[in-house]
Design a protein around this ligand. Structure first.
Ligand code: SAH
Ligand code: SF4
Ligand code: F3S
Length: 478
């Protein structure tokens, strides 16, 4: 897939200094004759959420700026960067096992440099583990230190000490080059970090406190993206509802303003945002979705649980009733909205009755899609120390019931698109059916239909002919 390369203006002197080391690496490679066809290759392995995917696009931008070229085969790479996640135990285990495998690559090619970043190594215990038990890892960098990678790499190439960076301060690093995985669909980070401290969640500890990018930087990036061919832009943040872009044109910019202002930019594109914390999904935000044609009618509003007692112990700061009030407001303003949610099963102390309240919530909220997770204790979070941890078998059995109900409701929600003609953005060739294309629009499920690859990156009208649980089938109409 095509890649693109967008650089925004550097604003922070410290970041500018870190980025100046790009040239040092470049010079080093040049001196060794490693340019053009002989350029070394980089490989990036990404775990976790969209924030990490967006960070990996920054890592790719840095690699390219330093003179590396991309490979999809880690065994061919001379620079391997692993971007880790810590949200559940499974994510950490997977990352550690992959990093373990890279030892063979280092054995075969001692000149290869392996660096590990992301949420897992933002925890001191994990950074220490890599330092102690994975001697072939040259450096780790926390989620606030992506801009330091050139300096870390430069030091590693010079044969310096191994470094394990844990930032004391969490700033916003503007000006990091970005190499996006897709030309047509783009992540646009609008804020970093989280202040909510849901009792089960590691994110606030590994992403730091909330900090919003300036509206100006975001608008500049959006404009550049659109000029460069982006047709589907997703504004990213752990809780975009608390975006605070400070004053711009004389008033404080919130997420609703941002949607209005980006929508007002010239061009044919669609706009998404995620994630919204239900406690502060504002009327202004709902109105922006209702009134702006470019804003996709999809609201991701994670409920996590349906029982008030569990919600209280999760520190979610809303009740089931309050949540449903918000959901109803959204449905009233945007009748055709696709509502989706995250749900945790088996939170400490969850009784059968609590779990049934979650199922009841699903029946009322009628989600187009639910991302469901079995609770995973995270060291250092309040919930990990709570009594009555739910046995794995109980949680798994509940999960099966939740998945069955989720699929039943999703089927019913998908069916509403049958026979309708939708304007959709052609994303790519379908992975499972190579003679078909896959597209996205208002439905949260991908849309498959026959058509030539030349349509990729274009909007087309597709009539939906079949609604399945996980995708919609259709045909192009003129
Ligand atoms: N900021 C976003 C998402 C953060 S993580 C939000 O608040 O919606 C994505 C999802 O992972 C969460 O919504 C939650 O459902 C799940 N999650 C977070 N911590 C978890 C844990 N310890 N165990 C299981 N699931 C978890
Ligand atoms: Fe985690 Fe809650 Fe913040 Fe989401 S809002 S990232 S679930 S602490
Ligand atoms: Fe995302 Fe995982 Fe970090 S979900 S914020 S990459 S812990």
């Amino acid at each position: 897939m095509a890649e693109q390369y967008i650089e925004s203006a550097v604003t922070d002197p410290e970041t500018a200094e870190h980025l100046s080391r790009i040239a040092a690496v470049r010079d080093r490679l040049k001196a060794a004759g490693r340019v053009g066809d002989a350029a070394p290759k980089y490989f990036i392995q990404t775990f976790g959420c969209q924030q990490n995917e967006a960070d990996s696009e920054r890592l790719a931008g840095l690699c390219a700026a330093m003179g590396y070229v991309k490979t999809d085969r880690p065994e061919d790479a001379e620079l391997i960067l692993v971007n880790t996640c810590a949200v559940r135990e499974h994510a950490e285990k997977k990352a550690l096992s992959i990093i373990g495998n890279y030892k063979h690559i280092k054995d075969k090619n001692p000149a290869a440099v392996i660096g590990v970043g992301g949420c897992m190594v933002t925890q001191k215990a994990r950074a220490d583990k890599l330092k102690g038990s994975y001697p072939y890892v040259s450096f780790t960098f926390d989620t606030g230190a992506v801009d330091r990678v050139p300096a870390l790499l430069d030091a590693a190439l010079a044969g310096g000490r191994r470094e394990f960076v844990l930032s004391e301060e969490w700033k916003i690093a503007e000006g990091i080059p970005i190499r996006r995985a897709s030309k047509h669909m783009a992540w646009l980070s609008i804020m970093y970090g989280c202040n909510n401290f849901c009792s089960y969640c590691i994110v606030p500890y590994v992403r730091g406190r909330e900090r919003s990018r300036s509206a100006e930087a975001i608008l500049d990036e959006a404009r550049a993206l659109i000029d460069d061919g982006a047709r589907d832009i997703t504004l990213l943040g752990q809780n975009v509802n608390s975006y605070d872009g400070g004053p711009y044109d004389g008033r404080r910019v919130d997420i609703a303003d941002l949607l209005h202002r980006i929508s007002a930019l010239e061009g044919d594109f669609r706009l998404r945002f995620m994630t919204s914390h239900p406690k502060d999904a504002s009327d202004r935000l709902i109105e922006a979705m209702a009134t702006e044609d470019k804003v996709v009618k999809h609201f991701h509003l994670p409920v996590q649980a349906g029982s008030d007692e569990i919600l209280r112990r999760m520190n979610r700061k809303y009740t089931a009733e309050k949540y449903l009030e918000t959901a109803e407001k959204i449905r009233a303003a945007v009748p055709d909205v696709s509502l989706t949610s995250d749900i945790i099963v088996g939170f400490p102390g969850e009784t059968e009755e609590d779990f049934e309240a979650t199922l009841a919530m699903m029946r009322v909220a009628r989600y187009d899609m639910v991302y469901s997770f079995i609770y995973s204790p995270r060291a250092g979070t309040p919930a990990a120390a709570m009594p009555d941890q739910v046995p794995r078998e109980v949680a798994s059995a509940r999960m099966e019931r939740l998945l069955a109900l989720g699929a039943e409701i999703a089927d019913e929600r998908n069916a509403r698109f049958l026979g309708r003609t939708l304007r959709v953005l052609v994303e790519d060739v379908s992975k499972n059916e190579p003679d078909k294309l896959t597209a996205r629009g208002d439905p949260v499920r991908p849309i498959h239909f026959a058509g030539p690859p030349s349509l990729i990156g274009q909007f087309v009208h597709v009539r939906i002919t079949e609604a399945k649980t996980y995708c919609l089938e259709g045909e192009v109409v003129e």
